[in-house]
Design a protein around this ligand. Structure first.
Ligand code: FAD
Ligand code: FES
Length: 261
């Protein structure tokens, strides 16, 4: 984990409210593991002290990029920033995905919306190519599918309004694939909590291992404030764990979901 002032090399709209930000960070880029995140301070923002967490999308040479959706104050200011301006980044943070070993499991990746960003490095570094199941409300929420195709991965798309791919939730084509075969498969997922929960339930039903990236709201990002905790099984009960340090990626079998005792 390193804190650095990083320079913006590009900050371009890729679709609708989604932007890709490329940062020059020669000391951070070589350290990044799939599923880790950067905690970014937007210096231009009035309440600049509060950082925003973003998954690290791609790493190339001495740069890394993030794929972000403009949703509120911080990302609105971020979207207005231009190449040459600087941000402060603490990165890489958190425990990411376990890359399968050569000859190991075939990964099935499941992503909702900007969850695709957390998946790219895993797809790039996995020795086995697998399938990416990507879901969103509408066609514009389906991001960077071509980046995965360029890596030689199969992409299966589902949109809730049917504007691209099959109509419905991303867990429907995933279920169909698991009904076809589960042998040597491992699930990895990042997206909205209801999607993660549904993937966790499918993993349990089909007895397939699954790693889920739990993107809770964060403050400090480095394990101090406890704003980001989730419940995780421990012995006969459960304990709180911090998604920023023990996560964001957890074994699906360990998670105690809202409403569960
Ligand atoms: C580990 C991790 C990885 C993330 N990766 C990405 C990414 O790759 N791309 C991306 O676009 N976003 C990502 N996020 C979410 C991102 O951090 C928030 O969208 C961002 O902080 C919003 O900042 P803001 O000031 O624009 O919005 P705010 O004004 O703070 O909030 C605007 C709206 O966004 C919601 N929001 C804020 N934080 C989150 C969050 N963590 N999850 C869901 N909703 C949130 C708020 O509830 C509110 O409705 C990630 C979050 C975490 C914890
Ligand atoms: S965000 Fe502070 S402990 Fe996780």
């Amino acid at each position: 984990m390193i804190e650095r002032t990083v320079q913006i090399l590009a900050n371009e709209r890729v679709a609708d409210q989604y932007f890709r930000l490329v940062l020059r960070a020669p000391e951070i880029a070589p350290l990044v593991q799939p599923g880790q995140f950067a905690h970014v301070r937007i210096l231009r923002l009035k309440e600049a002290l509060l950082r925003r967490p973003f998954s690290i999308f791609q790493v190339e040479g001495d740069t890394f990029s993030i794929l972000y959706k403009q949703v509120g104050k911080g990302t609105e200011v971020l979207a207005q920033m231009a190449p040459g301006e600087t941000l402060s980044a603490i990165a890489p943070l958190g425990k990411g995905f376990a890359v399968p070993p050569p000859g190991g499991e075939t990964p099935l990746l499941v992503a909702g919306g900007y969850g695709m960003a957390a998946m790219y490095l895993l797809a790039k570094r996995s020795p086995q190519k697998g399938i990416v199941f990507v879901g969103g409300r509408r066609q514009v929420d389906i991001l960077c599918a071509d980046d995965f195709r360029e890596l030689g991965w199969e992409v299966r798309i589902a949109t809730e309004d049917g504007s691209l791919g099959s109509k419905g939730l991303v867990t429907q084509p995933l279920r169909a694939e698991l009904e076809r075969t589960t042998a040597g498969r491992r699930l990895y997922a990042c997206g909205p909590t209801p999607m993660l929960r549904a993937v966790g339930l499918l993993a349990e039903e089909f007895r397939v291992p699954a790693e889920l990236s739990m993107d809770e709201h964060m403050c400090c990002g480095v394990g101090v404030c406890l704003a980001c905790v989730i419940r995780v099984k421990s012995g006969d009960g459960w304990e709180y764990q911090r998604t920023c340090t023990e996560g964001p990626v957890f074994d699906a079998r360990q998670i105690v979901w809202e409403g569960q005792p």
